[in-house]
Ligand binder design. Sequence first.
Ligand SMILES: [Ca+2]
Ligand SMILES: [Ca+2]
Ligand SMILES: [Ca+2]
Length: 299
Amino acid sequence: MKTNFKLLLMCCIISFTACETNDAPVNEAETAIDNQEVVPEKSLTAKNSTVSNENALRTAVASAVAGDIIKISGTINLTKTLELAKSGTSSSKITLTGGVLNCSGLPSGSWGVKVNGSYWNITDMTIRNAPDCGLVFQIGGYNYVYNVTTSYNGDSGLQIYNGGHNNYILSCKSNDNYDAANAGENADGYACKLSAGKNNVFEKCSANHNSDDGWDLYGQPYSVTIKNCTASNNGFGSNGDGNGFKLGSAGQKVAHTVTNNTATNNLAWGYDGNGNTGRITITGSGGSGNKKGLFTRLY
Ligand SMILES: [Ca+2]
Ligand SMILES: [Ca+2]
Ligand SMILES: [Ca+2]
């Protein structure tokens, strides 16, 4: 409660002092009671399974142990948030791979997939049409995300916050995310903001045509690494900020590492420090066609 109050206070201060954005704190599904079904663990031996419907997927995920490989076949229509609450180990991860998760049937305000566990590999899949964010990491860490597309979600495509740490996001795509309820004010391609933990890395990812920003590190208290990534055509929402890479916010002094990226045809800036006075290291990064210009407020 005390922490919540402090966080709220911090957010209020940030939103009063921010120069440009008023991204709201995230406040939806994370407060929901965990109502994930409990499936008894019959064995601790790793297993491979292929699932093609929601029940089978939920059973496999709820009973997952280190080393499990859960393969999604085809498109699964989810009816509530899929929670990855179990954890693998550093030497034996849990893999969730393949297929499409269509989240259009979820209740209003729901995330598509919520990862509170650690040591997951999430690979080669599409997560789309969630009412809120598509794929959210919090609390846990050491998750690896490869070749995942998050698109047409009602808030950011992929979000890391609330302590999520040491996540490595590689060769992913995030596009056409749009929060219609706020006329596009919040839906970024990748949001690593407000309260994410340490050592989150994005590499070879693209964010195209999201309603707000390509990347958003608003309020993020620890350094984030973004390398060999591309942000293009972001800011289509009428309230969207439209920065390719938003690298913090006012009142912050956080040195992010931004290397070899490209920002193209975004509505506002290619790279915006947004009031973050940390020494942001930008090397080998450029772009063109950003309406306001390439770099601003980088200190
Ligand atoms: Ca949201
Ligand atoms: Ca915004
Ligand atoms: Ca944003």
